[in-house]
Design a binder for this molecule. Sequence first.
Ligand SMILES: [Zn+2]
Ligand SMILES: [Zn+2]
Length: 417
Amino acid sequence: MKLTFLGGAGEVGRSAVLIESAGRHTMVDYGIKIYEGGPAEYPLVPYKKINDVVISHAHLDHVGFLPMVYEREIVPWYGTPPTAALAELLIADAMKVQELNGFENPYTVESFERAMNNFEAVEYNNEIKMKSGHTLTLHDAGHILGAAICELGIEGRSVIYTGDFNLSDTRMHKGASFAEDIDILITESTYADREHPDRKGEERKLLKNIEKALERGGCALVPAFAVGRAQELLAILYDKFEGVDIYLDGMAIKATDIYLRFPEYIKDAEALHESVHNAIIVRKPYMRQRAVKGQSIIISPAGMLSGGNALWYLDHLPPNSSVTLTGYCAEGTNGWRLANKGCILKDGREKKMNYFVEQVDLSAHASRSDLWRLIKRTNPELVIAMHGDHCFQFADELKEKGFSAIAPSMGETIPIK
Ligand SMILES: [Zn+2]
Ligand SMILES: [Zn+2]
């Protein structure tokens, strides 16, 4: 067996692993890397024809390049049903954004449609045989709706590709659990170099910053990623501020509809249902004007303020409003600028924002200690670290502790004996 890392090696974004065994080729994830206002970056395209594709979850860094496969061949791709529904929403949006920014998409709408037509649904914990002949079992990764840890059976070995995973419980999902007998572990390493702060403390920080604005007659804007974070926020904020309107805007609305379509994939679907019922869904522009009149909470993408209606709100919030960033903001994004410099970039100039700004960590990724806990417990023959900015250091640390570990480079092939 040979593993080739076509993307996501030593970086977060464009994850893609090609598994070759007995002349068969399986692609595991095929993502893109997105930059604010700039062209996306893509993984490498394999020379060989592939037999099938496995997608761990619907985030664009794992699925955004899937239509490219269908530019030249028709093969099945496997994932959970919510992954297919969310992927359709997110890929269509990414294609639109690329065009709006003046960049050409590398694949056609027809290829995107062909991808959507060749989806094969796999439920959690249900072993199937793939077209390539390998077995595949998807396990709940505790990351976003339908996210899976992918267990492949190849040449009598178990190869686990974690995708993105979370070992801790959140409002939406139970933490992931792992099999004990792993041979090869390909793990995400997003937080290999750091711990998450205490989640309860972060939630308190969020509530406090909202309260501060509401008490002073302002609005509380909470920019959020459409998939995962927006729904988590609805559940956190539900019943915390009696009589205060909570608005939900932008792509988070469609993503939330998909969440509600798959209640069996959520820890407490009833609670999400209640909190959506309690929220005001922004379906018409005039509702936005109403939302910024004061003393309301607004949940709106984009999480890093890289686009979406959150930017409109930033321009129209009343005085004494607050903005709470709810996750990682890449350097150079408006979210990062606001958190670090108190301004955003507008028409090429920095514009000062006079709001109460706070940043909290509601991450849905494993922390450094979670990664170590997992590796020690499963004790695989080989650990391959990808999907992180510190993969090489992480692999070195693992080797120092006696594990066999590799952090591949982009395009590198690792033979498995
Ligand atoms: Zn993800
Ligand atoms: Zn990811």
